[in-house]
Design a protein around this ligand. Structure first.
Ligand code: ACM
Length: 539
């Protein structure tokens, strides 16, 4: 008996050889394996029934059989049980316990999201071929015996996608969402509008898509590589596309079924030239502009009149009806103020409001929008420029996305606002992955290797617990001026987003790049099966 206990203790050591990413908080390897067979039954309660069906859906293509999903085990010898457990409140809304033995798999959680993440972990415990889309005959579908208790470090674990500079087909957006869910990410930041294209149907303003979703051509090559603008060469290929409101509902529901909140971004007052091209009275000059055909920061921004503000609120009214999530992103980055300096309308507004600068005027516009959203039960989120004219009037629930380093996020948290840390230094996946750029696809510049992403610490060292509580989490960005196709986006995003997913999920003291790299090398087999064009790690 004593020998048996010694043996159990011996094998029950912490095990990192299971390639689960992000790394679970507690994981102890047992002995034996659970074998999934056609007779295995998925047992659920009412609240986990849909997740049970989802699990059966996911296992069916590769195994070639569909598991029964039932409220009771019946006579089944082997069961996969998915249950809510009110005693697991300490694991929070997204934590779970996963127990695997020779006869059972049990996933228990306080809330359905936790059960879902337990199922995602289970998929990673099966052979990588489980991700295939047609039956694989030569594989035994075994799951190693293990005890896992797991919960995320941060509530905001995000990934962004710019579909304005390069329109991304709906099927790719869904694949991207699937890949987020596989890595336990829970926010999809959908960058829907910019100078180079407006990508969401707005019924009240049809020109936003009939004009704003299409540009004549695109600049060829890297913009900063040209000596001057007179040298610019264009591809002469029209580019565009947009999502109908039915498409948006489909995407939002698809994400919801994977416990992902979609955060739409409608840029204002800058990065709005596509909207101004559609409705020139939104601009400051009256000029008929075209949808922008090159990249960079553009001078054309929205005017600060009541009618322009009401226009954007009309747009947001339709956006709110489509996106049930709490956060609405209104951009706010890179809005040059030259046109406001020259505009009688803008200057009269500054005077009438008793403001001192154009930056204060942008802050006033942001404040209006934040209060308008707060009155509708939502929260504005914006890039850190929204702080430049002060936070006077900004709704208390407004959130700052800190991209120009950490300072904007630090100031916002100190002022009592929640923050998502997204500094270019660690989270911009449009940067090169190698210093040997000639061997890499064209990128905007910069250098962000995998280990730098992995080393990111979202909470500033000097923060106390109360300040740290304002750091909601982190998110990876992919801007698509130079990432023109889904395959190109995949190459830039993977595996860097996987490193960031571990930053967002796993406790800081469990993060270890060597250990991560070992798990990643085996995880890449799953990405290959899923047809993800990841970059092979290395210099
Ligand atoms: C940004 O990268 N302009 C937010």
């Amino acid at each position: 008996m004593i020998n048996l206990i010694a043996l159990v203790t011996l094998v029950a050591i912490q095990d990192t050889s299971l390639a689960v990413i992000p790394r679970p908080v507690h994981m102890t390897r047992g002995t034996g394996t659970f074998l999934v067979t056609p007779a295995t039954v998925v047992v659920t309660d009412r609240a986990t029934r849909q997740i049970g069906y989802q699990l059966a859906d996911w296992l069916q293509p590769a195994t070639g059989y569909r598991l029964a999903v039932s409220g009771a085990a019946g006579t089944a010898a082997r069961t996969i049980a998915l249950r809510l457990d009110p005693t697991l409140a300490r694991l929070g809304d997204e934590g779970y316990r996963l127990s695997v033995s020779g006869t059972h798999i049990r996933i228990q959680a306080y809330r359905p999201a936790g059960v879902f993440y337990g199922v995602e972990t289970l998929r990673q415990l099966l052979p990588p071929d489980i991700f295939r889309a047609a039956p694989v005959t030569a594989v035994l579908w075994t799951v190693p015996a293990v005890e896992i208790e797991d919960m995320p470090r941060f509530a905001w674990r995000g990934a962004h996608l710019d579909v304005s500079r390069s329109f991304m087909p709906k099927e790719f957006v869904k694949k991207y969402i699937d890949l987020l869910a596989l890595h336990k990410l829970n926010r999809f930041h959908w960058h829907l509008t910019d100078d180079q294209g407006w990508r969401i149907e707005i019924k009240k303003y049809p020109l936003l898509t009939s004009i704003g979703a299409w540009r004549r051509q695109s600049l060829v090559g890297q913009q900063r590589a040209y000596a001057d603008t007179t040298q610019w060469v264009y591809d002469k290929i029209p580019h565009g596309g947009f999502y109908t409101q039915d498409d948006v509902r489909e995407i939002v529901a698809y994400a919801q079924a994977r416990f992902i909140t979609v955060v739409p971004e409608i840029e204002m007052p800058g990065h709005a030239q596509a909207a101004i091209a559609a409705y020139p009275w939104l601009g400051n000059t009256g000029e008929q502009l075209e949808v922008l055909t090159h990249w960079g920061v553009d001078q054309n921004i929205l005017n600060p009149s009541d009618s322009a503000i009401h226009f954007m609120q009309d747009v947001l009214t339709e956006v709110l009806a489509l996106f049930p999530g709490h956060w609405i992103h209104t951009g706010g980055d890179e809005a040059p103020k030259q046109q406001w300096q020259a505009s009688p309308v803008a200057q009269a507004r500054i005077k009438e409001l008793g403001l001192h600068s154009e930056n204060e005027l942008q802050s006033w516009m942001t404040a209006q929008m934040s209060q308008w959203l707060a009155a509708r039960g939502r929260a504005l989120i914006g890039w850190d420029e929204i702080l430049e004219g002060g936070t006077e009037g900004l709704a208390r629930n407004a959130v700052v996305m800190s991209w120009r380093g950490m300072d904007g996020g630090i100031a916002a948290a100190q002022a009592g606002h929640d923050v998502v840390m997204t500094p270019t230094s660690n989270t911009y996946f449009d940067y090169y992955q190698s210093q040997n750029t000639v061997n890499e696809p064209l990128a905007i510049g910069g250098f962000l290797p995998l280990d730098t992403v992995y080393a990111f610490e979202p909470v500033p060292a000097a923060f106390d617990a109360a300040q740290a509580a304002h750091i909601l989490g982190t998110q990876g960005q992919i801007w698509t001026e130079y990432q023109r196709t889904p395959k190109n986006v995949e190459y830039m995003v993977f595996p860097r987003l996987i490193a960031l997913a571990e930053v967002a999920w796993t406790p800081r003291d469990l993060r270890n790049f060597a250990d991560f790299s070992g798990r990643l090398s085996r995880h890449l087999a799953r990405l290959s099966v899923l047809d993800v064009s990841y970059r092979r790690p290395g210099p």
